[in-house]
Each structure stands twice: as C-alpha cells, then as structure tokens.
Design a protein around this ligand. Structure first.
Ligand code: HAM
Length: 419
C-alpha cells in the first residue's frame, strides 16, 4: 500500500519538537496552578450551532473555515475551531458557576480551521486557552493581562508588549460600525478585495479581518467614540498597568475577528510574526447562550506560533535545548545478564533515572552507533566474561572515561555517579 500523505495544513509532531511542546506545557501548567486555574477537556467536535450562534455568523471562522460534517444520524457537527464557545457550553451544562464566585479554567487543545495554509497558519493547530468566568471589572482584566505576562516571562520571552483596545458598551460598538460603514462608503467598495465586498454587505466590521493588508482607507478610531464610562475604565486600567510595570500600548483600531468581544480586547504580536495570542472580555456570551449572566474574559496562545517564534527569534532559549538521551544504557551481549539488568533497571528508575537496554542480542553494532542512537551518559557493558569475573565495565560517554565496577555495587555506583 502507498501511504497517503497527511492532510494539507496538518502536522506530525515528534521529537525533538514534541518535547519542546511538552516543556512549554509543563511550565505553563505550573504557572496556572499557582494562579488557581484548573483544566477542562471538551469534545473535539460539537454541534455546528454552538459556533454559529456564538462566534458570529459573518466571521471568517463561521463563514468559511469550519470543518463541518454529518454523522450517521444526520446530525451536523463541527471540529472545534476555538475553545471559548465549548467552554461556555461545558460550564452551563455542568453548572460550574457557584453563586458569585469566579471560575478559573484552562484548556490545552487542538483546533481546526479550514484556512489557506502558510507560515503560522495551519488547519490543525494547538491552543492554550484561559477563561476567567463570572468576573467583571477592571481587576479581573488586570489579572488576565498579568497572567499572560507571567506565562510569557515564565517561557523566557522578553520584549513583548500588549496591544490593547476598549470596545465599550453596545452603543459605542454600534456607533463604530456605522462610522466604519460611512468611511468605507460606496466609493471604496469597488476597491475592496472580493471577500471584503461580501463582508461589507453582511457585517462591515468584518472588513477588519482582511488578510490582504492594505485597506484603501484608514480605519476609524475607537478612542474618539468612547463615552464617559469607557474613558473612566481606560484611565483606571492604564493606571494599574503602569503601577505594576506591564508593557502595553493602545491600538484604537484593534478589533478581533470574533463577534463575542465586548470591552477590553488585546493581542501580543512578536518579531513581526502573526499574532501570538489574543483575547478579551465577552460579557454577553453566557447570557446569549445559556441562562446565567456571567461576565467573562479570556485569551488563547497559539503553540505553533510560540515555538516558531522561539526558533526564529530566541534560538538560545532553554526551551529549545532538548536532552533526549538516557542516563544509563545497558548493552547486554549474554542472555544470562538480563536477570541482573532487570533488577538494576527497577532500582535505578526508583531514583528517577532514565534507563534503557537492548531487547535482543544481535550481532554486535559498533559502540559509537549505539551511543549515537541512545545518547547515554553511561554505557554499561555486560558480556559473558564480565559476569564471570564479576566486574562490569562502565563508560562515561561524555568524558570518555572508563570504570570497572564490582557487580554487587553497580546500582550504588551509578546512583552516586549520576545524582
Ligand atoms: P483567536 O485569535 O482566533 O482567538 O486565536 C488565538 C490564537 O490561536 C492566535 O493568536 C494564534 O496564535 C492561534 N491561531 C489561530 N488560528 C491559527 C491557525 N490557523 N494556525 C495556527 N495558529 C492559529 C480565539 O481562538 C479565542 N477563542 C481566544 C479567546 C479565549 N478569547 C477569549 N477567550
């Protein structure tokens, strides 16, 4: 059989890159634990309606990027394109919100969007998403921005700053839409790309999703439309961010590509690459989709974009230094030696050492090939003769030293040598 290729826009992730993902996950989970966040896992596919009714029917995701299929009972399902809508469903249906306490959740999940694949844009990609639910107000917003900052710093990312915007209340957002429509007006419509011509008709805000960078007009600024409430909010947030030294700038034209955002929206862009992470407040979504009125804020980081960024702009990052070698490799060339090796293996693993050994006795390969493959710190050689004389040859593969160790003392010696 000829193996079919993996589908376009998907990826195989294997060592060492998979180990970089794992390291990132470990660091992030630790930070989230300290911040009192807990893991949720939702299904890979959901009813189509969940996304059409939450993300906005005119958004690019709903309009043309969802992997939609029917199951045998003709139910219309979608491979999840993002995690916020699934979180809303999960929280509502399992009644996770208790009284007026905040709920702090995170997910590490693959997402699916039928986009044109290119650097930083895949059809299947991984996201770390964080949602702070039932938490209104500026301190909740600050807490989320601080968490982003803790995560990026924990991953050794320097020199980032937030792009922030404030979309205000419904009235402000409506004013923005009509202003945008006025600016674009009939005279610019012929100059828009084909996608944007349709967007202009369905929802002018979606023109801002245009992937063809140069719009033939300049976008209106939210700042000019803010009411007193907006101005007071922005003042307060700015004060807190300055006091606690979080790096930010306002981008009054920042509008994110999902319809559920209501107040603060933010992104982090690094090294001229595509947006590394984005999020914002969505105070109406729970009410629109479920029963409760739970103001919420969250964000998601694209893991591929994070790893790409580190590789291209911080190649010295500790995260990219993967040690995939074993601590000790036992090279057995006499079947009698296995009973000792299995005993030693058990004891050494109890000391958290990484141990491996050959599973079959084969015609001898050169030692250098074995060392290349397993990259052991110690190579323990067990031939027929070694067992008879009860002295075992151990090679330190890094320092190229050799030791003869008494058979009874092998475990003790290795532990002392390596730990
Ligand atoms: P989003 O901006 O659509 O937001 O995606 C968040 C991040 O996912 C992006 O900044 C990017 O790093 C990554 N990403 C998106 N599309 C792709 C792609 N095709 N290939 C690779 N990476 C991609 C959301 O998904 C919201 N649910 C975030 C959120 C959570 N807002 C509130 N809570």
């Amino acid at each position: 059989m000829i193996l079919p290729n993996k589908p376009r826009g998907t990826q195989d992730i294997y060592p060492p890159r998979s180990l970089v993902y794992q390291k990132i996950q470990q660091i992030v989970i630790e930070i989230l634990r300290k911040n009192n966040y807990q893991l949720i896992i939702f299904p890979t596919f959901e009813a189509k309606e969940l996304f059409t009714s939450s993300l906005g029917s005119t958004t690019d995701i709903v309009h043309k990027e969802m992997y939609t299929f029917k199951d045998r009972k003709e139910r219309v399902l979608v491979l999840r394109p993002e995690g916020t809508a699934s979180t809303v469903r999960l929280v509502c249906q399992n009644k996770l919100v208790k009284e007026d306490y905040p709920l702090k959740l995170y997910y590490w999940a693959n997402m699916f969007r039928y986009e044109r694949p290119q650097k930083g844009r895949r059809r299947e990609f991984w996201q770390l998403g964080i949602e702070l639910i039932n938490a209104p107000g500026v301190f909740a917003d600050y807490q989320i921005l601080k968490l982003v900052s803790d995560i990026l710093q924990g991953l050794g990312i320097k020199n980032f700053d937030f792009s922030l915007n404030y979309l205000g209340n419904n009235e402000v957002r409506e004013k923005y839409k009509s202003k945008l429509k006025k600016i674009v007006d009939e005279k610019f419509v012929p100059k828009l790309c084909d996608d944007c011509k349709i967007r202009y008709e369905t929802n002018p805000l979606r023109i801002l999703d245009c992937k063809e960078e140069n719009l033939p007009f300049s976008l209106p600024s939210y700042e000019k439309l803010w009411d007193k409430e907006s101005i007071d909010y922005v003042k307060k947030l700015t004060q807190i961010l300055k006091k606690f030294g979080l790096p930010f700038k306002y981008d009054y034209r920042l509008v994110r590509g999902l319809d559920y955002y209501t107040g603060l929206v933010f992104e982090v862009n690094l090294g001229g690459e595509k947006t590394l992470l984005g999020g914002g407040r969505y105070d109406n979504l729970y009410h629109e989709m479920g029963k409760g009125r739970f103001p919420a804020i969250g964000f998601a980081i694209g893991i591929e974009r994070l790893v790409d960024y580190l590789e291209n702009f911080q190649p010295d990052s500790e995260l990219l230094k993967i040690d995939s070698g074993v601590d000790a490799f036992f090279l057995v060339s006499d079947v009698e030696a296995y009973s000792d090796v299995l005993e030693w293996e058990k004891k050494l693993k109890g000391h958290s050492l990484i141990i491996d050994y050959n599973l079959e006795i084969r015609k001898a390969k050169t030692l250098s090939k074995i060392i290349d493959y397993y990259q052991p710190r110690l190579l323990v050689i067990l031939g027929e003769n070694d067992l008879k004389v009860k002295k075992i040859l151990i090679k330190d593969c890094q320092n190229r030293q050799e030791f003869l160790v008494e058979k009874e003392k092998v475990v003790e010696w290795i532990v002392n040598y390596l730990i």
